[in-house]
Design a binder for this molecule. Structure first.
Ligand SMILES: *[C@@H]1O[C@H](CO)[C@@H](O)[C@H](O)[C@H]1NC(C)=O
Ligand SMILES: *[C@@H]1O[C@H](CO)[C@@H](O)[C@H](O)[C@H]1NC(C)=O
Ligand SMILES: [Cu+2]
Length: 649
């Protein structure tokens, strides 16, 4: 594959650089110089030179002792009450307290947190994203779900209403099995990739390997998924691709496999990038980085940085990517041989970009696995301990020089979800303490699950606390295991929805079963007096000011405002999730907030606005950052893509 792909790259590269020159004028001019690190100078320092890490050859770093196995959970942890309760008021409460005695957390965390069940999803919640104040869109793989679509076939997508705790089936054409997705600058949700038709389990779903599925939110209950496979598709098959929203409001789509399988390998790899809508030549762009990240290079983690570049991580390696010029700059490998992407998915976030950290980007990865994932999976065990390690790196010159800083979670976790919280802390939830993602591959499976020892206990991470004082625990345990194909998202009122878990080929009722149950975690602030606001604009333009009317709890001293992208959650990856603080000034009951300075801070597209009053959050409300216009569309790129690529196999 390499030689022809490389010549493709050259063509794509020259066209992309042409485009880059044109775009640079508008974007470059508004980028504050403090957000640009001098990459050329760093290159002279040798900072981006590849240095092979052999740390993973040394297995002595495995976490000890081995965590308790799933059978050892106490009876009430596995209780039938919880098993049977689909929509009850059942809740358990616990006080969050610091692991180290001294609380580093703000007011919003003092008090009770509780879980409550909240209906069912109708389809497996393999991929979820918040659509509006009341709806979560859910994609599953095409399988034999009980929920039926308009044609009477088993549905594999649904729209969940938070207030009604009910779902409406969506009508999809192609198999969205392990697809990726993201929102673009005009507010349309784009789902990318999937798997071929699998007639033995659902004969309605067509081949979705190169599919693009569009969903535009509406205010009635009519909106549905739109597909037109002969005109709107990707260049090539992608099972397990990621997306990230770029500074021009379009998506970059990365990686994936051209055919099914447990883990990637040379023969199934699609180590390329492409854009939606198509750009440049419309052809895929070869990535040496993705190729070097074999085998565990699926669902790569990508963040748009304030300077417009991307941070991309896969397997044990990471890079800065200049997508306009197609330049890959490798940064240091993850320490101690931890793999951070599927099937060893870690929990990861771009930490909040705030006034106090001067909007310097910093990434965090927690958990994953140090197991050798390149061997035949039948030699791998579902009892192999996951990693406890968190790795952080600031992505500016000083941070890159310093490299990854590590610390340990209180317990190991793989397939965790990292959710940015309203106060800038990070909730780590879902996943398992042993094994890996996937099903039906390894030794010691439970049912078909490649992982055991569900990590039902959420932990909270405060990135601003001192190393060693960042984790808090004491939250109640979730009622249900959330293993492979589970998801999580923050919702507008501030609760955290957790859904899914289906380490099975089709719908299964055996341990670990197909979980349709939704659970909501209510942090302590849900029962506090919270600030409110109104008067938010429909569109928040860059650097423009808007005046909100606010109602603050009496005695409030400090007010802050933020916008968030709540991301597209699947396989432990929260595509495009981010949080950016807005400059604001308070005069009486008027809070003037200023839109983000650049599209690198917050790419144009849907955002959720909230305020904090002495650390206590308001609810979030949806608006559009930028004018809401379509990202750039190149008819020549689309034409060339349709003519010179095949789409699916
Ligand atoms: C949560 O579950 C773990 C076992 O996974 C157990 O050790 C812990 O005590 C439980 N915590 C609560 C609050 O029930
Ligand atoms: C957003 O842009 C995409 C790509 O051009 C287009 O397919 C979609 O229909 C647009 N959505 C809206 C709401 O205009
Ligand atoms: Cu999957």
């Amino acid at each position: 594959m390499a030689p022809s792909a490389r010549s493709l790259t050259l063509v794509a590269l020259s066209l992309l650089s042409l485009k880059a020159t044109a775009a640079a004028g508008s974007l470059g001019a508004s980028t504050p110089s403090s957000l640009n690190f001098d990459l050329a100078a760093l290159e002279n320092e040798g900072l981006f030179e590849y240095t092979a890490s052999d740390a993973f050859l040394d297995d002595t770093d495995l976490p000890t002792p081995e965590p308790a196995d799933w059978e050892l959970l106490s009876a009430d942890e596995q209780g039938h009450l919880f098993e049977r309760s689909v929509d009850g008021q059942l809740a358990k409460a616990w006080h969050a307290h610091s692991l180290h005695g001294k609380r580093a957390l703000g007011k919003m965390w003092s008090g009770k947190s509780m879980f409550a069940t909240a209906g069912v999803t109708g389809v497996g919640a393999m991929q979820i994203t918040l659509v509006d104040d009341d709806h979560i869109l859910i994609y599953d793989k095409a399988e034999n779900n009980a929920l039926k679509d308009a044609s009477g076939a088993s549905a594999w997508a649904s729209l969940y209403s938070i207030s009604a705790k009910k779902v409406r089936a969506l009508n999809v054409k192609t198999n969205s099995f392990c697809a990726g997705g993201g929102w673009i600058g005009n507010g349309t949700l784009v789902s990318v990739g999937g798997n071929p038709q699998q007639t033995y389990i659902n004969d309605k779903a067509q081949d979705g390997l190169a599919a693009i599925r569009l969903f535009t939110p509406c205010t009635n209950s009519k909106c549905d998924v739109y597909e037109n496979p002969s005109r709107i598709r990707m260049t090539s098959p992608r099972w397990y691709p990621s997306t990230v929203r770029l500074t021009d409001g379009s998506l970059m789509i990365a990686g994936g496999m051209i055919a099914g399988g447990y883990n990637n390998q040379e023969s199934t790899d699609n180590p390329t990038f492409e854009f939606f809508p198509p750009q440049g030549t419309g052809l895929p762009i070869y990535s040496t980085f993705l190729h070097d990240a074999l085998n565990s290079n699926l669902f790569p983690v990508m963040y748009t940085l304030p300077n417009g570049y991307l941070f991309i991580a896969a397997n044990r390696i990471a890079m800065l990517y200049d997508w306009k010029k197609n330049i890959e700059r490798r940064v240091k490998d993850f320490p101690n041989g931890v793999t951070i992407t599927y099937p060893a998915s870690s929990a990861s976030v771009l930490l909040p970009l705030t006034i106090s950290n001067n909007f310097e980007p910093e990434v965090l990865f927690c958990g994953g696995s140090t197991a050798n994932l390149d061997i035949n999976p039948s030699q791998l065990s579902a009892k192999a301990p996951a990693s406890k390690q968190c790795s952080r790196m600031v992505l500016n010159a000083a941070g890159l020089r310093k490299g990854w800083q590590t610390e340990n979670m209180p317990f190991a976790r793989v397939m965790g979800d990292a959710i940015l919280m309203l106060d800038g802390t990070v909730l780590i939830i879902n996943g398992a303490q042993t094994g890996v993602a996937g099903y039906g591959n390894v030794k010691d499976e439970v049912g078909a699950s490649n992982a055991r020892s569900p990590a039902k206990e959420p932990i909270l991470y405060d990135p601003t606390a001192a190393n060693g004082k960042r984790f808090s625990r004491g939250f109640p345990n979730a009622s249900y295991e959330r293993l492979y194909h589970s998801t999580a998202t923050l919702i507008p009122d501030g609760r955290i929805a957790i859904m899914g878990s289906n380490p099975n080929d089709g719908v299964s009722t055996k341990t670990y079963r197909t979980r349709y149950n939704v659970e909501m975690l209510s942090p302590p602030y849900m029962s506090m007096t919270r600030p409110t606001f109104s008067g938010q604009p429909a569109n928040m333009l860059y650097k423009k000011s808007y005046t909100l009317s606010v109602n603050l709890p009496s005695g409030t001293k400090k007010v802050q405002a933020f916008i968030m992208d709540l991301g597209y959650s699947t396989h432990g990856v929260h595509m495009s999730q981010r949080m950016v603080e807005l400059a604001c000034t308070l005069k009486g009951k008027k809070l003037t907030v200023t839109g983000p300075k650049t599209s690198g801070l917050f790419p144009p597209g849907p955002a959720w606005l909230h305020i904090l009053a002495d650390g206590v959050p308001s609810k979030s409300t949806k608006l559009m950052v930028g004018p809401g216009s379509s990202p750039p569309v190149s008819q020549s790129a689309i034409k060339n893509m349709l003519k010179n690529t095949k789409g699916s196999n």
